[in-house]
Design a protein around this ligand. Structure first.
Ligand code: SF4
Length: 328
């Protein structure tokens, strides 16, 4: 029997997938923008709620800049590659990335609710890493055989895009492994599609015996709407620890006022600033890079303006390294 789509599934289906429609909604003329002629491999995808947080008529809106496919993506930058953080050489099993001691990452899906143009996994071969029933059993067996693994990270794509029953089955299977103490979820969905934080999802998370950490991804205070605040409140009430990771992006959040406002707003929603990532050098994203010296100066400014608990760690990921490299 077919069940009716829920609110978040309807919102997902109604997300903008055409640049022309998004421009019309924002009262912008597509012909006036240096748009990519084709972006079929990594298409535009923007939930309407996220688009509603953009300023109409402003082609440089910091939320729009994160999702608009521009000709800049065709520019060649030395050192940019298809696998900038060495994911492929760290695949331990299908769908299992094992880079760091004590934790592994599961690629749960290749899909996201939004397509961020700066994405470090925009070229990731998701089709080769799908966790079919059999591959999932192999992934779980890999984790179960290694008692030193204390934490499983659900990633993707966006793991919260899985339907409730599939997500619950996956979470319960991970939770059944005796030595797993923490389950971490990396998701941009509470920010870009907050209706996904349903009562059913909250109850699934609250039932697990492990500590649950949800690492959100917000880059600008304008992303944090009243609906996002409500989703965060509900998650906190269901004992989920909320952290945020941002990416430092040229023209979007590369000034200290924007970063200060972001981190203050996050904390007001019960979310601790965790990481500020230097851009991962994926092919096609070089125009978003902020030079390291500028990033360090921004951190100095943040440290002067904010209490320590509101200052995220500035990090970069280096393929093959045993941990993220902390710059400040
Ligand atoms: S939500 Fe995360 S994984 Fe998905 S496109 Fe954006 S940066 Fe990439």
């Amino acid at each position: 029997m077919n069940t009716l789509p829920t609110l978040w599934q309807r919102q997902l289906a109604e997300a903008f997938s055409s640049v022309e429609d998004l421009c019309r909604h924002l009262q912008l003329a597509p012909a006036s923008l240096p748009l990519l002629p084709h972006c079929k491999e990594f298409p535009l995808r923007v939930p309407r709620g996220f688009a509603d947080c953009m300023i109409k008529g402003d082609p440089n809106d910091p939320l729009l800049r994160q999702v608009l496919p521009l000709q800049d993506e065709l520019e060649h930058y030395p050192g940019y590659s298809l696998d900038p953080v060495g994911d492929l050489s760290a695949m331990a099993e299908t769908g299992v990335i094992h880079k760091y001691q004590g934790r592994v990452l599961l690629i749960c899906t290749g899909a996201c609710a939004i397509n961020c143009r700066y994405c470090f996994r925009r070229h990731f071969p998701y089709a080769d890493q799908q966790l079919s029933r059999q591959k999932l059993q192999q992934a779980l067996a890999y984790i179960a055989a290694r008692p030193e693994i204390k934490e499983v990270i659900l990633s993707g794509g966006d793991p919260l895009l899985l339907k409730d029953d599939k997500l619950a089955t996956l979470l319960e299977a991970v939770a059944d492994i005796p030595h797993i103490q923490r389950i971490r979820i990396h998701s941009r969905i509470p920010v870009v599609l907050p209706a996904r934080v349903t009562l059913e999802l909250l109850e699934t998370l609250a039932k697990l015996r492990q500590q649950i950490v949800l690492v959100l991804h917000a880059n600008h205070a304008n992303e944090l709407s009243a609906e996002v605040a409500s989703a965060c409140r509900n998650l906190k009430q269901h004992r989920v620890t909320l952290l945020n990771q941002s990416v430092l992006l040229k023209g979007i959040n590369d000034d200290s006022l924007t970063l200060r406002q972001l981190n203050e707003k996050l904390f007001s929603l019960g979310v601790l600033p965790y990481y500020l990532h230097c851009l991962d050098r994926a092919k096609g994203v070089g125009h978003f890079e902020v030079p390291e010296q500028q990033a360090l100066a921004l951190m100095q400014s943040l440290q002067e303006q904010l209490p320590g608990y509101l200052v995220p760690r500035l990090v970069k990921e280096q393929a093959g390294a045993a941990h993220k490299i902390r710059l400040a």
